[in-house]
Design a protein around this ligand. Structure first.
Ligand code: C2E
Ligand code: CA
Ligand code: CA
Length: 620
């Protein structure tokens, strides 16, 4: 077995093409439409295998087309009727450009021309084909130039219907940039629009305004409304905000009860202030939630460019800081950002100075979160998550310092420390608990780490000095890091040759072009938390997760569901046959000693089916 499922997939495709070529020559022999030279005449064996090939191609679900040197379709396989609804003889002859989508014709003919020039090569192109019922199907065509091959003398095109995959891509991309509760743009899309607006404003010398809005007392209101009503309230707030803005403004939900508004042509502070007043007034007219009328209040911070910042990140942060000032003043109002509000930013600088020495001063430590098999209730892996014990600010989560470490060039040293520590830890567990199915160790890699030239050596060193079996190490990266980065792909390929596994983190949070999944050296895919949240309540959500799981199984990728917080979500995942999961419902990230205690329990003694149950069984 090859260790790379994608590779197997590719071999599968090329075998299909090869089979197609042979069968096509056999089929031509019978059809007699094109001149055909039989390779070898004769023996019974050969006739039998020809018959087998013929039957294969006649029954293949992919559509096989052979185009001759004049650019005409010489052969079309019968499967075309099942896939597109046409009989082969409707397709044979002059190429039916009327069946190809206008937007794809130029690309398809350019690919055809390129292929004609290069005998022996194969290339693939995607496009839309009109089927008999009038609808469009998305297809992927893999074409090989066999004009020079006397037994074929044509371009062999293997066309496959990928409509389902395209639909999944569209759904994923929409979900990646929209909040499922309100369908408003999410933080990622807001940041993107903000960055564009800033570029335009800078060119024209205009100003833009960012309004950062946070509901007052949301937790209390939602607790008193009862289960599920909090979500309804947030959705109603989203709708109300959208209604009170112009079409040209962007309203987004950033998360929780935080919303943001982008006003592109904010002439001055007075203009932004009047929008802010209008929004706050709109919210104070009670919202309908179930049977109740609920008035809400909000606090708002306003940041105007270029005064409060010149990048999307600076402006959002400034508006956030100003929102806190509004909240501190009692809420229900707004504040403009003032440089004096920058205490929060100063803290960042403080951290910046200390971060450089954190490794040397032994201030970093790792916690490990179990990854469990759904159904078997066993720990299959642990994810190493770094924390920083800051002498003044206490224990800081990675979200507070990883970005900073990346910016300031400290990530290399931190990453190497994490890798070595985690490998040593995993190796120690394997020695102490040889009976337990050795759990994998998942280590996160950031962008800069992957780009670092010494990465492969770092991993090699960590494996050598710990003695950890490479197949027990999983390197986890976000998809944006790996996409389009050939050097990174080559590095990962090298590591995979040793047996190290590669996992994609936070899947579904970026632009989704799923065809890359087949090209990437990839073993595991982590379905982002945002898809798991509400899985059991939102049917649409469950359909997407199911589609991701189906895709994983086709590509031979192991899926892991991330951020499982509630029993109902775990049950739904089990129903969808998702094998592995991770989340607070099973266990939070915990100290290595606690993991060791879990691994020491006899098989079957860990009850991971109830919240916090694993930890509850441990002596505290
Ligand atoms: P991640 O890789 O997506 O890690 C999972 C994060 O989700 C962890 O947060 C974990 O505590 C949290 N989590 C786990 N289960 C649940 C759940 O059921 N609900 C919720 N709401 N959250 C859950 P943490 O430890 O704060 O880490 C945040 C991020 O920091 C990680 O996200 C990862 O991207 C990064 N990170 C952590 N350690 C390292 C490291 O050693 N190196 C690098 N490069 N990045 C790291
Ligand atoms: Ca991770
Ligand atoms: Ca993740």
């Amino acid at each position: 077995m090859s260790a790379n499922p994608f590779f197997d997939g590719l071999v599968g495709v090329s075998v299909l093409v090869a089979v197609a070529v042979v069968c096509v020559s056999a089929a031509w022999g019978t059809g007699g439409r094109l001149r055909i030279r039989r390779l070898i005449a004769g023996t019974g064996d050969l006739r039998r295998s020809e018959a087998r090939f013929r039957s294969l191609v006649q029954h293949a679900s992919d559509v096989i087309t052979v185009i001759d040197a004049r650019g005409e379709v010489g052969y079309q396989s019968p499967s075309t009727s099942a896939v597109f609804g046409y009989e082969p003889d409707e397709i044979e002859g002059r190429i039916r450009t009327d069946l190809i989508h206008d937007g794809d014709i130029a690309r398809a003919s350019a690919a055809g021309a390129e292929l004609m020039r290069k005998p022996g090569t194969t290339l693939s192109v995607e496009g839309r084909v009109r089927c008999r019922t009038g609808g469009w199907r998305h297809v992927e065509a893999i074409a090989t130039n066999l004009l020079h091959d006397p037994s074929v003398q044509g371009l062999v095109v293997n066309t496959r219907d990928i409509t389902e995959r395209k639909q999944l891509e569209e759904a994923l991309t929409f979900r990646a940039f929209h909040d499922p509760l309100t369908n408003l743009p999410n933080r990622a899309l807001f940041a993107d629009r903000l960055a564009h607006a800033l570029r335009r404003a800078t060119r024209r010398g205009d100003s833009i305004a960012v309004l950062f809005l946070d509901l007052d007392e949301f937790k209390n209101i939602s607790d008193s409304l009862g289960h599920g009503r909090g979500d309804e309230l947030l959705a109603a707030v989203g709708a109300r905000l959208l209604n009170s803005m112009r079409d040209t403004d962007t309203v987004a939900r950033l998360g929780g009860d935080e919303f943001a508004v982008l006003i592109e042509d904010a002439e001055d502070a007075a203009g932004a202030a009047s929008v802010a007043r209008r929004v706050l007034a709109a919210l104070e007219t009670a919202l309908r939630v179930g049977e109740q009328q609920v008035p809400v209040r909000a606090s708002m911070g306003i940041a105007l460019s270029p005064k409060a910042g010149t990048t999307a990140e600076e402006l959002l942060r400034a508006a956030d800081v100003a929102m806190y000032a509004a909240k501190a003043n009692g809420g229900g109002s707004f504040e403009f950002f003032e440089p004096s509000m920058q205490a929060a930013l100063l803290e960042r600088m403080d951290l910046e100075n200390d971060l450089g020495d954190a490794v040397d001063r032994n201030q970093l430590f790792l916690e490990y979160q179990p990854i469990v098999s759904l159904g078997q209730e066993a720990i299959r892996g642990t994810e190493a998550l770094v924390r920083w014990r800051h002498p003044k600010h206490g224990v800081l989560p990675p979200g507070r310092f990883i970005g900073l470490a990346e910016d300031r060039g400290f990530m290399g040293a931190i990453g190497t420390w994490v890798l070595r520590t985690a490998c040593a830890q995993a190796s120690e567990w394997h020695r102490r608990f040889p009976r337990s199915a050795a759990p994998r160790m998942v280590v996160n890699l950031s962008t800069t780490q992957l780009e670092h030239p010494g990465l492969v050596e770092d991993v090699e060193l960590a494996l050598l000095e710990s003695g950890l079996d490479p197949e027990r190490l999983v390197l986890e990266l976000t998809e944006s890091v790996v996409l389009e980065n050939e050097t990174a792909i080559a590095k990962l390929g090298k590591l995979r040759e040793w047996g190290v596994l590669v996992s994609i983190d936070d899947f579904g949070t970026g632009y989704s072009s799923l065809s890359y999944l087949r090209r990437l050296p990839l073993d595991i895919l982590k379905i982002d938390r945002s898809f798991i949240d509400g899985l059991d309540r939102v049917t649409h959500q469950s359909a997407i997760v199911e589609a991701i799981l189906v895709m994983c199984s086709r590509l031979g990728i192991e899926p892991v569901a991330e951020g499982v917080e509630r029993e109902a979500e775990a049950i739904e995942l089990r129903r969808l046959h998702c094998g592995l999961a991770q989340g607070f419902y099973f266990e939070r990230p915990i100290a290595p000693e606690k993991i060791a205690e879990l691994l020491a329990l006899p098989a079957g003694a860990i009850d991971l089916g109830a919240p916090g149950a694993a930890a509850a069984r441990l002596p505290s």
